[in-house]
Write a protein that binds this ligand. Structure first.
Ligand SMILES: C[S@@+](CC[C@H](N)C(=O)[O-])C[C@H]1O[C@@H](n2cnc3c(N)ncnc32)[C@H](O)[C@@H]1O
Length: 276
């Protein structure tokens, strides 16, 4: 793979992108993201040269994307005037996949180096603005229109932030908008603690900075925030239906360990205007 000039946590976008690219090579993909395949090919023309079967173990990350897409699609169908905050977007082509109407204003945010790469590798879209910023520096929120429903999607981002920053982000977004949906994923406390020894994260010189055993409890951070539900990931029916047999077998075994089955939790929250 060519050096794409990313550092530390920024590099964690590549395994997820690769998983999406490989998914698109399946006869019946889970996500079917042609952008991921094109971008991955440009970053690493030989990315799919390895043993196809085992390299598909990353498919579980694709299940996570699909869950976020399905929830986002539902919210945008009900709120065609929404503002979307796609935080820690990496090189994910969610706006292209969901193709929202022009009444939706979409913001893709990531570190400046990642946004620069995005500009080079993904086509621009009307009503879609790129913001190169650390997500924890909340001044970026001043660039976003208020007074409209908001959809915040933070896929694969929260574990990389300290808990105090996650809390400021969530409460800052709830305070800034009249109503909205917040979608994110978290890891449990053990996975956070273990992350300093996780070989994949070590390779990227990254580690987790927070973990939650009960992600629904984040709703207590703001009086207007309500927990809605959780989407399956490691035991998702779509994974069992569409993954190659070898991958299904591995996940069936891993899922026998309850800690493993819930080692990433995809959760959704909502908030509404307080009645006067
Ligand atoms: C695991 S990748 C996920 C990328 C994308 N959401 C996806 O699912 O394909 C994590 C992303 O979060 C970004 N990120 C991590 N910490 C960040 C921060 N403090 N501010 C902005 N982006 C951050 C990284 O640069 C990276 O692109």
């Amino acid at each position: 793979m060519t050096d794409i000039g990313l550092l530390g946590v920024q590099k964690t976008l590549t395994p997820v992108l690769k998983a999406k690219a490989l998914d698109n090579r399946l006869p019946d993909p889970i996500l079917g993201d042609t952008y991921a395949e094109r971008v991955m090919r440009r970053l690493d023309p030989g990315y799919d040269r390895g043993r196809f079967g085992t390299s598909q173990l990353g498919l579980v990350a694709v299940v996570r994307s699909r869950a976020h897409d399905d929830w986002a699609r539902g919210f945008l169908a009900d709120h065609p005037d929404a503002v979307v905050l796609h935080l820690g977007c990496g090189l994910d082509a969610r706006a292209h996949r969901l193709d929202p109407p022009p009444t939706v204003d979409w913001y893709d945010l990531d570190h400046p180096a990642v946004i620069e790469l995005r500009r080079r590798l993904l086509p621009a879209r009307d009503h879609c603005t790129l913001i190169g910023s650390d997500v924890t520096d909340l001044t970026w929120l001043e660039r976003v229109p208020r007074g409209r429903p908001v959809l915040m999607v933070a896929e694969g981002l929260v574990p990389y932030l300290p808990e105090a920053d996650v809390r400021r982000l969530l409460t800052g977004v709830v305070d800034a908008f009249p109503e909205g949906q917040i979608q994110l994923d978290t890891v449990p406390v053990w996975a956070w603690r273990f992350s300093r020894w996780d070989p994949t994260l070590r390779r990227y010189d990254a580690r987790f900075h927070c973990g939650f055993d009960v992600p629904a409890a984040l709703a207590a951070w703001h009086p207007r925030l309500e927990y809605v539900d959780e989407a399956p990931m490691y035991d998702a029916p779509v994974l069992m239906a569409k993954a190659p047999a070898g991958v299904r077998r591995v996940y069936r075994l891993l899922n026998l360990l309850p800690g493993m089955r819930r080692s990433t939790r995809i959760v959704r929250f909502r908030f509404r205007e307080t009645p006067a």
